[in-house]
Design a protein around this ligand. Structure first.
Ligand code: DC
Length: 205
């Protein structure tokens, strides 16, 4: 069984995807991490994330970079969003994701284009979303919990910028597949969202 989980930044899709993988005993790939590694590698190379050539060169990042804690930062998320606009970068990362999706026994992948491009044949497609304000508040609380002083308005502005770039790029923009189940978690707790996701997967099995 292939489960595709897509959605905008800070929607909780990663948490839901990881929990679904655990619940159904499937391997899990966070595809955003690949784009984050490319963004981070461009930075380490002193390159320009908006330059297709620099970004493509960074797709040959070493595997060890995938466990770099810097990948989780907001700054790297922004760089990832910028390098992900380039078609050459998306092509370079395609095979790795497709191979994971088609593993015998199935897999869970989360990203922006899993249900539309990487695994249009997925058995279950979830599109996890929430209002920009709710997403900003969640990220703000999480960052404050880690001792980071940030203004809620700045986080919300950054989220809106990322949404705009991810949704309006020409290649594989962020959008639900026609057959995706939309899970709007604005008024849900984490537990309610996960329970709803499990019900959606069970219904499709
Ligand atoms: O899910 P995330 O925040 O880690 O993703 C970081 C960026 O990577 C996101 O803003 C856009 C890009 N991305 C993408 O274009 N396609 C994917 N399948 C996953 C991420």
């Amino acid at each position: 069984m292939i489960i595709a989980v897509d959605g905008p930044t800070a929607s909780g899709k990663g948490t839901i995807a990881a929990a679904l993988a655990e619940h159904f005993g499937l391997p899990f790939l966070d595809t955003g991490l690949l784009y984050r590694a490319v963004g981070r590698q461009v930075f380490l190379d002193g390159g320009d994330p908006d330059d297709a050539g620099d970004a493509l060169a960074a797709t040959s990042f070493p595997d060890a970079l995938l466990s770099d804690p810097h990948l989780r930062s907001e700054d790297t998320g922004g760089l990832a969003s910028r390098v992900s606009v380039h078609t050459s970068v998306r092509k370079a990362l395609f095979e790795r994701q497709r191979a994971f999706a088609t593993r015998p026994g199935g897999a869970v992948l989360d990203g922006r284009d899993i249900g539309t491009v990487i695994a249009p044949d997925a058995d279950v497609k979830l599109f996890v979303t929430a209002s920009a304000h709710a997403r900003a508040e969640r990220r703000w609380k999480e960052m404050r919990g880690r001792g980071l002083a940030v203004a809620l308005e700045d986080i919300e502005a950054d989220i809106l910028r990322r949404d705009e770039r991810d949704s309006n790029r020409a290649d594989a923009p962020l959008k639900p597949a026609d057959d995706a189940i939309i899970l709007d978690t604005t008024d849900m707790t984490r537990e309610q969202a996960l329970a709803a996701a499990i019900v959606a997967v069970e219904a499709k099995r």
